[in-house]
Ligand binder design. Structure first.
Ligand code: UTP
Length: 297
């Protein structure tokens, strides 16, 4: 019988050093695109894909994330009194049913693979999704839903992939393709942050995965890899080398790397321009700024 994906892991225990000093006291995932924190985009994407259980791998200093999903009765009472119905509606999006959300602590930032492994007991023997909230994907159909639909057809392990410029591959896990079938690519092996000169392709893995339980078992035995961290890519690559089905999935959508400053700024502008209430003002401002810059050159 075909299995369904109902659980998702959100690894949010990283140190976020690229955003210091902000991340000294604010979790990266609470940073906002316009008026919603990155984590809200990730949760909405997972909900659209049919996820029912949300597992956060957190760490010290991430309390604001847990608070974000708590009920806010005082605030709601105040908004209701002032008849601010639209804001009450906005708040509803942050509601999580009791028991739908679980927090697991990663005691030390030993890498993404280790963070996923920390959730193993909550996953048990089921397929699961992994969503990295700092990869924000704007798309008509949620990226994870696209992958869940693919999983319903092929099963196996599925990683979201996109072509990147050759000099960028050393920032990503990269696919060694066995067969390129267009929408999906069967994976023979993967390399974590390879040197462009020896990279197996320019197909980068980005932060959406559907994985099967054997990957968790691999993580049990994995040694530290690139950056002295336990890498999720290494566990998936081992699975592929030993014959498990692993696919790269070319998703429809625009991905923003909100873990980097430039990606975050681009996303802020793109999401601002996508909002009816902001786009005219923002367009005017951008045009004016560019005109001033050109005049000054
Ligand atoms: P990153 O590689 O972006 O690391 O992690 P980071 O610590 O968040 O940020 P920088 O590089 O220091 O600026 C990718 C994802 O894996 C999670 C992060 O929270 C992020 O969602 N992660 C990483 C963990 O949960 N635990 C870790 O030990 C490492």
């Amino acid at each position: 019988m075909k299995k369904r994906v109902t659980k998702a892991i959100f690894p949010v225990a990283g140190l976020g050093t690229r955003f210091l000093p902000a991340t000294k006291s604010i979790p990266k995932e609470i940073m906002t695109l316009v008026d919603r924190p990155l984590i809200q985009y990730a949760i909405d994407e997972a909900r659209e894909a049919g996820i029912k259980e949300f597992i956060f791998v957190t760490a010290k200093g991430k309390g604001a994330l847990e608070d974000y999903f708590d009920a806010a009765p005082e605030l709601e009472k105040n908004l209701r009194k002032k008849n601010k119905i639209d804001l009450l509606q906005e708040l509803k999006a942050t509601d999580m049913d009791s028991g739908a959300i679980a927090y697991i602590r990663q005691r030390e930032a030993l890498g993404l693979g280790h963070a996923v492994w920390c959730a193993r007991r909550l996953i048990g023997n089921e397929p699961f999704a992994v969503i990295l909230p700092d990869d924000v994907i704007a798309s008509e159909k949620s990226c994870l839903l696209q992958m869940v639909e693919q999983y319903a057809e092929t099963q196996g392990n599925i990683v979201a992939t996109m072509e990147v410029a050759n000099d960028q591959v050393s920032s990503y896990g990269v696919i060694d393709p066995a067969e390129d079938m267009g929408r999906i690519i069967s994976v023979r092996d993967m390399a974590e942050k390879p040197d462009p000169a020896v990279a197996p392709s320019n197909l980068a893995v980005i932060g959406r995965y559907i994985l099967e339980p054997p990957v968790l078992k691999r993580l049990n035995t994995l040694k530290r890899g690139s950056g002295d961290e336990i890498q999720l890519t290494d566990a998936i690559a081992e699975e592929a080398r030993e014959g498990a089905a692993v696919y790269g999935y070319r998703f429809d959508g625009q991905r923003y790397d909100c873990g980097s400053k430039i990606g975050y700024l681009k996303a802020t502008i793109a999401f601002g321009l996508a909002r009816d209430d902001l786009k005219d003002d923002l367009t005017g401002f951008l045009e004016q700024t560019m005109a001033h810059r050109r005049a000054a050159e």
